[in-house]
Design a protein around this ligand. Structure first.
Ligand code: PGA
Length: 232
């Protein structure tokens, strides 16, 4: 069983979500499918597909206009929430401190955070991928609770570029070893960044990969369903 997580970002509408969920629900798959939808679509009919949000407030409650708290998400019946996606770090200036607060509130509220992390293009060019992974995880890893780590090299998101299989293997081994050293190895590690039908099955087979986080290719059944089916 692999986790296959779709991240719709600011895309889609109710009709499209319904069509995709309906197509997924007809598949005969062992994989666990989680669709992370915009807030306004979180009340879709789930038909056995797990639903997640793409962000959560760093505050538990109070005068924070526009925020949606972890407790609210949990009460809405969803199970997962993406936290620390690079698009939030870049466009909304989310810092490690903010991300840490979100992770702890999500876990306290019974949600499973899908924690995104990974090196940027500069780190990679300077050969600092491992260093970046280790230092970031040391800062953001919760001590307990269920979570999923999504290794997403920032330069691979939405670019059509991916690391080589051996680079992915190396990064996931580093993450696995670090989780293991902290007694956290039961938590899955998934890969994200330009996953498509051309590379999904190959990447999913790599050691210490428990699943995939998929943006663009998760938007339509024509691209998402074949990916789900390619992973056995
Ligand atoms: P992508 O997005 O698959 O379109 O590269 C991945 C993500 O942002 O999680």
């Amino acid at each position: 069983m692999k986790f296959i997580v779709g991240n719709w970002k600011a895309n889609g509408n109710k009709n499209q979500a319904g069509l995709l969920i309906n197509a997924i629900s007809k598949l005969n798959t062992n994989n666990k499918i989680i669709l992370c939808l915009p807030f306004t679509l979180l009340n879709v009919k789930t038909n056995g597909v797990y639903i997640g949000a793409q962000d959560v407030s760093a505050f538990s409650n109070g005068a924070y206009t526009g925020d949606i708290s972890a407790q609210m998400l949990s009460e809405s019946g969803i199970n997962y929430v993406i936290i620390g996606h690079s698009e939030r770090r870049i466009y909304h200036k989310e810092t490690i401190d903010i991300i840490k607060k979100k992770i702890s509130l999500a876990i306290e509220s019974g949600l499973t955070p899908i924690i995104c992390m990974g090196e940027n293009a500069k780190d990679k060019k300077e050969g600092k991928t491992d260093q970046k992974i280790i230092s970031e995880l040391n800062q953001i890893l919760p001590n307990n609770g269920n979570f999923i780590i999504a290794y997403e090299p920032q330069w691979a998101i939405g670019t059509g570029l991916t690391p080589t299989i051996s680079e992915i293997k190396s990064a996931h081994t580093t993450i696995h070893n670090l989780l293991k050293s902290k007694g956290l190895s039961k938590n899955p590690i998934i890969y994200g960044g330009s996953v498509s039908i051309d590379n999904a099955a190959k990447i999913a087979k790599v050691r210490y990969i428990d699943g995939l986080l998929i943006g663009k290719a998760s938007l339509k059944k024509e691209t998402f369903v074949p990916i789900i089916e390619s992973i056995r």
